[in-house]
Design a protein around this ligand. Structure first.
Ligand code: GRF
Length: 200
């Protein structure tokens, strides 16, 4: 049975390369969903320009109540946090339980939680000297980067500087985020004992 196309909201704070990956993969129908809105908490986020270029309604919203009413206005089924640097309030997390997907640029539970964002993640990875890092998609709960893990992919750390490592990790983010969203939109992500099982 094919599932109905899902209404997606993408929340961003910055450049929006992950947003672009979702735009591309909804436009080519790899994902059975439509981005209804893009919301940034920063007006200078380049992702807002990407959204407008793709003809998607895009807003800068800083207030959480306004954010919630916008999500309701657009009948949103799935919220994607694609580099959204603000913590979502518990109220929104509860309303959209297991309907919010975040992408994090490390192998959770390493190098995650409060303070680990942007380049700081990759700097910490290099400082520690781990040999592999990666990216993780997960459902969002009230803990920082603590919700059920959907998908992970690794890359080898091979003497890059933080910016180079960020680029390397972004490439795999652009693979696992669209794939996770694709599975969500096909109702293939099931929670069993608090863990995500990808099913047919
Ligand atoms: C990505 O590394 C993502 O994992 C993190 O913030 C960054 C956003 O990059 N949460 P972009 O705005 O999608 O280019």
């Amino acid at each position: 049975m094919t599932s109905l196309s899902k209404n997606i909201a993408v929340l961003i704070s910055g450049g929006g390369t992950n947003l672009q990956a979702i735009i591309d993969n909804t436009e080519n129908n790899y994902i059975n969903g439509k981005i209804k809105i893009v919301i940034s908490n920063r007006e200078d986020a380049y992702g807002l320009v990407r959204a407008k270029n793709a003809g998607i309604p895009a807003f800068c919203i800083k207030d959480d109540e306004k954010l919630l009413s916008k999500l309701k206005d657009y009948n949103i089924d799935l919220i994607i946090l694609a580099g959204y640097l603000k913590i979502l309030p518990e109220k929104i997390i509860n309303i959209y339980e297991n309907k919010i997907i975040n992408i994090h640029p490390s192998l959770i539970p390493a190098f995650c939680g409060r303070g680990y964002y942007g380049l700081k993640v990759h700097e910490a990875v290099i400082k520690k000297g781990v040999k592999y890092t990666g990216a993780t998609t997960h459902f969002v709960n009230e803990g920082a980067d603590e919700g059920p893990i959907i998908m992970q992919k690794i890359v080898e750390v091979e003497g890059e500087n933080p910016e180079e490592l960020q680029e390397k990790v972004l490439k795999i983010e652009h693979e696992i985020l669209p794939l996770s969203v694709k599975y969500f939109c096909e109702d293939k992500l099931k929670l069993v004992d608090g863990k995500v099982v990808i099913g047919g």
